[in-house]
Design a protein around this ligand. Sequence first.
Ligand code: AMP
Length: 198
Amino acid sequence: GIPQISTGDLLRGNVCQGTPLGLMAKEIMGRGELVPDTLVNEMVTVRLQHPDTANGYILDGFPRTLVQAGWLDGRLAEQATAQPGGLPVIAVSIHVDYNQILRRITGRRNCPVCQTIYNVYVHPPKQDGICDVEGAALVQRADDTEEVFKERMRTYEAQTAPVDEHYRALGRFAEVDGDRPIDQIAAGIVAAVERLRK
Ligand code: AMP
């Protein structure tokens, strides 16, 4: 009953609509680098004003730098002072083997109409390149090539791995094994959230 807010999806929406943010973000995303913190934080601020976030929310792909984490922590601390009794932040990192992520990312294809995600290796559509539901031609994200994948992984190690350590030090961090079927990963996330929400 709470929204999943993916900063990658929000940025791709801006790219599609050709907004000033989208025009600036497109090339950065295409290189596998991170969009500047101030722009992403501002985008998250706007999204969190939506009333569907009143009971909580899942941030997917955010925070991705220590600056973003510090900004989020400050914002949540302010809210906790204004409205005590809310739930604390819980950071979950889904850990997947490097070669497995490579297959998931380079094999990923999306339906542009219903957004169903396929994978040419492990979950292919019935007809090559065509969505089972909509019959639409599947598309591949511009940054899901092997070359950009490698840069995204380097970016992760340099800028996002420290965010794990930040929340680990605060006792608000869980790592979940993502090399399992989806239902088991989901159960692992729920168990981690229940353990850490106290
Ligand atoms: P994702 O859909 O999460 O894989 O994100 C795709 C791309 O969007 C990333 O490689 C970044 O270029 C950009 N992006 C998404 N989330 C963030 C973020 N929190 N901070 C900076 N850039 C981001």
